[in-house]
Design a protein around this ligand. Structure first.
Ligand code: ACM
Ligand code: ZN
Length: 499
């Protein structure tokens, strides 16, 4: 009879021989596993069986000395069974087991900011390889920002001409986010870029993701975080003169120059970008940003004020919900769902809009805070990414850490303690799609820096999302991670220690 690992609790370790435990190190741990004793050779025959009753990403895996059987209802389940099989295999043999497995959450994501620093195609593929090993299925690709525009768009050549390069970046190891005189002294004077993805690059990455059961969620930020686009097309800003240097923002932080929502041409520009993105990316969701958008330019812009009048909006607070409503509908007409950072849910926004909950209090250009739980209760689907659990650009609590961080403290244990449904009443839990780790890159310079910050913390998030309420104690996870980390190091991944 199948035994549930979880229900065995601590008794599990007592009843199984230590040697047997040492053989099986799976991350994420499967929901149910029974050891049968003995081994199959690595090159054993694998049989695949269809069973429509198994959930979409679930599978059964039976390893016997004379053959492996994978049972699933579709490609994702079969793929995950093979990932488990790879982790089971060591010293050219596979322990005989019966596994029954399926994820707790459907959204198991990794976000990557390719704008502040640009990582490129090969790093994106490495990230996807590692996502697949950990049964992560959503790649949230942050492609546009104040500091860089990274996707070529037909008909808008200036976007990559001006938006994909900058004349300097903040020097390594110092912080600068305000654009003051002191911040200007912290710039390195080194040309950065042009760096961007062509349509050919993106098609290659989409195919790579599909082979790994990963759906890409492209993000085009609006109406804030658009300074790189405004550098290319200053006429889409409320105050075009502020873009006289024609280059992206050089320091980090919140930028006051945002899209002029009174300008029909600026809105048509975003429609053209999103129309192209909808056609290019096959996934069901497009992220339209929405975070940290100051309203100060809108307050004094005649065009924005005229829009407020024409649309019967009370004041500039009404402009962001107005543009959100517009693009939620625009995307729906193209068969996509809109996703955005939690600020974009403020105001009268359709319930079909998915929220990405990152703030745990009021922050981000002073906008009111709407928690993930509150958004779910009100009927929005939500992806949880609370910064004190999921922001992997925050410090990870290592004693002697050679890498530089934006701040904070998100230890491995903290990641593992994430409960995406915290404070969500049972009737609203269906709205919590899952969660993801966010890899912002202001202070993350290259693939080694990125890997150090992602791993092992992404293993913790992957297990939280796979097992949900059935996750074991942190000590159980950490014990497995001792072996699993060596696996990652063996693949050349710059995985941080488990301290
Ligand atoms: C965010 O961290 N500004 C979404
Ligand atoms: Zn304006």
């Amino acid at each position: 009879m199948m035994k549930n690992w979880m229900s065995l609790g601590t008794a599990f370790a007592a009843v199984l021989p230590v040697a047997a435990l040492a053989e099986i190190v799976l991350v994420p741990r499967p929901v149910k596993l029974v050891e049968k004793g003995g081994f199959a050779p690595e090159k054993v025959a694998i049989r695949e069986v269809e069973d429509a009753s198994i959930p979409a990403e679930g599978y059964r895996l039976s390893v016997a000395a004379d053959g492996v059987t994978i049972t699933a209802s579709g490609a994702a389940g079969k793929f995950y069974a093979r990932q488990t099989l790879k982790q089971l295999t060591s010293d050219k043999k596979i322990p005989c087991v019966e596994i029954e497995d399926a994820p707790a959450y459907s959204w198991r994501g990794v976000h990557m900011d390719d704008c502040r620093h640009f990582f490129g195609k090969e790093t994106v593929k490495q990230v996807m390889d590692l996502m697949a090993q950990h049964k992560l299925n959503r790649f949230h690709w942050h492609l546009t920002e104040d500091q860089g525009w990274r996707i070529e768009i037909p008909g808008y050549p200036e976007l990559v001409r001006y938006g994909a390069a900058r004349s300097a970046s903040v020097r390594h190891g110092v912080k600068a986010s305000k654009g003051t005189k002191e911040d200007a002294d912290k710039l390195n004077g080194i040309q950065y870029g042009p760096f961007y993805y062509t349509e050919k690059d993106i098609r290659e990455i989409i195919a790579y993701a599909a082979e790994r059961q990963i759906t890409i969620v492209p993000e085009i930020e609006l109406p804030g975080h658009v300074f790189a686009a405004l550098a290319a097309y200053p006429e889409f800003a409320c105050v075009p003169e502020n873009l006289a240097s024609r280059e992206p923002r050089l320091v980090w932080g919140i930028e006051k120059d945002v899209l002029c929502l009174g300008n029909d041409k600026a809105i048509k520009f975003m429609e053209d970008v999103l129309d192209y993105v909808c056609k290019l990316f096959p996934g069901d969701v497009v992220h339209i940003g929405g975070d940290e958008c100051p309203q100060v330019r809108w307050k004094t812009c005649p065009k924005c004020q005229a829009r407020i009048q024409a649309e019967g909006l009370k004041d500039e607070h009404g402009l962001q919900p107005w543009i959100t409503r517009h693009f939620v509908k625009f995307l729906e007409a193209r068969g996509k769902r809109a996703l955005g950072w939690d600020e974009y849910l403020l105001g009268d926004v359709p319930k079909s809009a998915i929220g990405m909950s990152w703030r745990e209090g009021r922050s981000g250009a002073g906008h009111e805070h709407i928690s993930g739980a509150k958004a779910a209760i009100s009927g929005h689907d939500v992806v949880m990414t609370p910064c004190s659990y999921c922001y992997l650009d925050y410090r990870q609590g290592l004693k002697n850490d050679p890498f530089f961080y934006i701040g904070g403290n998100v230890t491995l244990e903290r990641c593992y303690s994430l409960n995406p449904c915290a404070n969500v009443p049972p009737e609203a839990r269906k709205h919590i799609l899952g969660a993801q780790g966010n890899n912002w890159s202001e202070y993350t310079w290259n693939e080694y820096d990125l890997a150090w910050k992602m791993w092992p913390r992404t293993c913790a998030l992957a297990e939280v999302l796979w097992l949900g309420d059935a996750k074991p104690q942190f000590s159980d996870f950490k014990a497995r991670m001792k072996t699993h980390r060596l696996r990652l190091l063996g693949q050349g991944v710059n995985c941080a220690p488990l301290e």
